[in-house]
Design a protein around this ligand. Structure first.
Ligand SMILES: C[S@@+](CC[C@H](N)C(=O)[O-])C[C@H]1O[C@@H](n2cnc3c(N)ncnc32)[C@H](O)[C@@H]1O
Length: 329
């Protein structure tokens, strides 16, 4: 359901408490964003008119009101991502601190086409505040994009790299296409949606703009709802969204190989620990490097490289000798 109404009043009217699995919202900037074309020196001829800005002095109260509503409608364990520039960031952080929502990450999104300035550094990042509502199961699909064992060309873990809290994602360049000011790129939305929701979950955007969150959510087989005050944008986008088929983006996603680290995070018996440490000792005695031995044992036992490495070094520190056992037979 999509409403061409103010998100605060509309959420109160239409959304039940604890009903939304994931919220992704990119509120108005509160920096006279309706005049941003002048600021950025952009050609705005294809940008839909009618962007609704929030006056700077109203920003703290406005932020508190919509974030309080967002916290109410989120289900326990549900996640919220708020995209913010740095100018009004403190008001968003203050508003979040006045809710029960708990911080998970403060993400920095670095984009291309920054605001060019010659006498200071060029601004080319946004903040993304990732919070969850307590007292419920949080959806975080750790292997949404990469299995634990997948490596980059120089041997780094792709899963680790993808889950770092600095995201380098380009804005989309859409010459000649109708768009909204500050449209979020599809790949940014796909990342948040795949990590923090499952198919058929309900995703809400309090500031739909070009309906980008809703379009990607529906394309990925989720359900979507939200609000947009600009009638011009709403009337145009409500027709566009009808063209999107539920799940149409799923077949284009990369197939993530099955996770080989099947025992990651599970507790180890003393017997298993002894076995692993003893095999490590035998491999390194035969001339294998410590790194390769940890890698081999990580694959064999389905446990993370670091947990093997930590285990063998704690034995070395204690000076204890695990019993000798046969190797790989
Ligand atoms: C930064 S834009 C969102 C852009 C959107 N994420 C996209 O990818 O297109 C903020 C949007 O919030 C809308 N807006 C401003 N105040 C609003 C309110 N009280 N309720 C609903 N929408 C509002 C603006 O018209 C604008 O389209």
């Amino acid at each position: 359901m999509f409403y061409n109404e103010d998100c605060i009043e509309s959420a109160k009217k239409y959304l039940k408490s604890n009903s939304i699995d994931l919220i992704i919202s990119d509120p108005p900037y509160g920096i006279n964003g309706d005049r941003l074309d002048k600021h950025y020196n952009r050609d705005e001829s294809n940008v839909l008119d009618g962007y609704v800005e929030v006056p700077k002095k109203e920003y703290p109260e406005f932020s508190q009101k919509w974030i309080t509503e967002a916290a109410r409608v989120l289900r326990p364990g549900g996640s919220i991502y708020i995209v913010s520039g740095y100018s009004q960031l403190r008001h968003i952080l203050n508003a979040l601190a006045n809710t029960p929502l708990q911080e998970k990450n403060h993400i920095v999104w670095k984009y291309n086409f920054g605001v060019y300035t010659s006498k200071k550094y060029i601004s080319s990042h946004y903040h993304i505040l990732y919070y969850v509502k307590p007292n419920g199961n949080v959806t975080f699909n750790t292997n949404a994009f990469f299995a634990d064992s997948e490596k980059s060309a120089n041997g780094g873990s792709l899963n680790y790299l993808d889950r770092e809290d600095v995201w380098i994602i380009n804005r989309e360049y859409k010459p000649g296409q109708i768009k909204n000011k500050n449209e979020l790129p599809k790949s940014l939305l796909t990342k948040m949606i795949l990590y923090s929701s499952n198919e058929n979950d309900l995703i809400c955007d309090f500031f739909l703009g070009s309906f980008s969150t809703a379009k990607v959510a529906i394309g990925l087989g989720r359900r979507a709802c939200g609000f947009e005050l600009n009638k011009n944008a709403f009337d145009y986008q409500i027709k566009e969204i009808e063209k999107i088929k539920s799940g149409e983006l799923l077949s284009g996603l990369r197939q993530v190989p099955k996770n080989k680290l099947v025992n990651k995070g599970k507790s180890l018996s003393q017997e298993e620990t002894n076995q692993i440490v003893s095999e490590f000792n035998q491999l390194t005695k035969k001339g294998m490097s410590q790194k390769n031995a940890c890698d081999a044992l990580s694959g064999k036992y389905g446990r993370g490289y670091w947990s093997i490495s930590k285990m063998v070094s704690s034995f070395k520190l204690n000076g204890s000798q695990p019993p000798s056992v046969s190797l790989f037979d």
